[in-house]
Design a protein around this ligand. Structure first.
Ligand SMILES: *Cc1c(COP(=O)(O)O)cnc(C)c1O
Length: 364
């Protein structure tokens, strides 16, 4: 009890002294508090908000040695309303536990995940920027703590929720290169889970593509190496013959919350939207013939990054005839819902203040 009272007064002091920097980028500023819960002796211990700080991690831990780690990226918005709202947190919660399970880590109960979101958004409410597209970016994280070099799971884990008061992520149109050599994810691997190892595996391709004058890699499926999958941290969409298309989930594509939301929103707006298998060579032909008018990437951070060109590393580059047309329409429709400026026909925005109520919604 004594120690939790000390932590509480520490946090009050930290928040009293905290000032947002004059200019915010996306995901750069780290909030002075975080949530932490530990798993040991076969169960989750009570969690609490604690000061944001480095934490001791054994250098031999399974997190560092074997990438036993998973995370989520989600946002709390507070633009029009008097309190923060979360965007479809049930999907992040369920995906987080799916990722954790894939790496032999214990599921976080809905009550604990809800307590974390509720307490962090509550404590940081005064620091959630309120411009359109601004948010409190939230990063739930789990990793294994046990130090050993045997290739087996930890039995102790830590669950954190980190927070970052963030500006909207304005993305200039990006140029993507078709990655014909490396794969981001394997058949039967962890491509459909949000785990750090996937990102480590993508870094070299990104570095290479920047040297070649592009911004990001467009990954193909690991089996036939002919169908479009996604970008390193965003799903892929294209407008072909007026229809919005995103590649069908293949088992190695990350099922994005933004991807799902944009498909639902498009249909709601009367735009036809489909999820076919998308051979990259067909798409290039469609760009050449004018059937494909537009392409973009989507994810929680930027929501949408328009794509201006798709090309081969040492070959032709195809400029898209339209940049940020349907993308801009979809993005503003989604932002209007997230900001509380438009009706929320799907019931996507969730009030995090009551953690019991939130826990019930996380399971839906
Ligand atoms: C997080 C992520 C996305 C986007 O998912 P959202 O839920 O929309 O943020 C897409 N692809 C990969 C590989 C990701 O890690």
């Amino acid at each position: 009890m004594a120690s939790s009272a000390i932590i509480r007064s520490d946090i009050e002091g930290l928040l009293a002294d905290y000032r947002l920097p004059d200019s915010l980028a996306f995901g750069v500023e780290l909030a002075p508090v975080m949530y932490r819960a530990d798993f040991r002796d076969g169960q989750w211990q009570d969690g609490a908000a604690v000061p944001f700080a480095d934490i001791p991690v054994n250098p031999a831990s399974t997190a560092l040695q074997f990438a036993q780690q998973a995370f989520e990226g989600m946002k709390a918005y507070q633009v029009e309303g008097p309190y923060p709202t979360l965007f479809r947190p049930n999907l992040n919660f369920q995906r987080f536990n799916k990722s954790a399970r894939r790496l032999c880590m214990p599921a976080v109960p809905a009550s604990l995940f809800a307590d974390a979101l509720s307490s962090i958004t509550g404590l940081l409410q005064p620091f959630i920027p309120d411009g359109v597209g601004q948010s409190l970016y939230l990063r739930p994280t789990i990793f294994g703590l046990d130090p050993h070099f045997a290739v087996k799971s930890s039995e102790r884990f830590v669950f954190l929720v980190l927070a970052s008061p963030s500006d909207a992520y304005y993305s200039e149109p990006i140029r993507v290169v078709i990655e014909r050599d490396n794969c981001r994810a394997a058949m039967g691997g962890t491509g459909a889970e949000k785990v750090g190892g996937n990102y480590g595996a993508s870094l070299l391709a990104t570095e290479k593509c920047i040297e070649q004058g592009f911004d990001q890699s467009l990954w193909l499926d690991p089996k036939s190496r002919s169908n479009i999958e996604e970008l390193s941290a965003m799903n892929f969409m294209a407008v072909v013959a007026g229809e919005l298309r995103t590649p069908a989930l293949s088992g190695s594509i990350l099922e994005g919350v933004t991807r799902d939301s944009l498909m639902l929103l498009a249909r709601h707006l009367g735009i036809s939207a489909g999820e076919p298998v998308m051979p990259v060579d067909d798409l290039l032909r469609d760009i050449e013939s004018g059937r494909c008018s537009e392409a973009f990437a989507c994810g929680t951070g930027a929501i949408i990054s328009p794509i201006s060109a798709i090309g081969e590393a040492a070959g032709p580059v195809f400029e898209l005839p339209e940049v940020n047309q349907m993308a801009a329409k979809l993005m503003s429709a989604l932002l209007d819902i997230q900001a509380g400026r438009a009706a929320d026909p799907f019931g996507w925005m969730v009030d995090p203040r009551d953690s019991h109520q939130l826990a019930a919604q996380l399971n839906s």
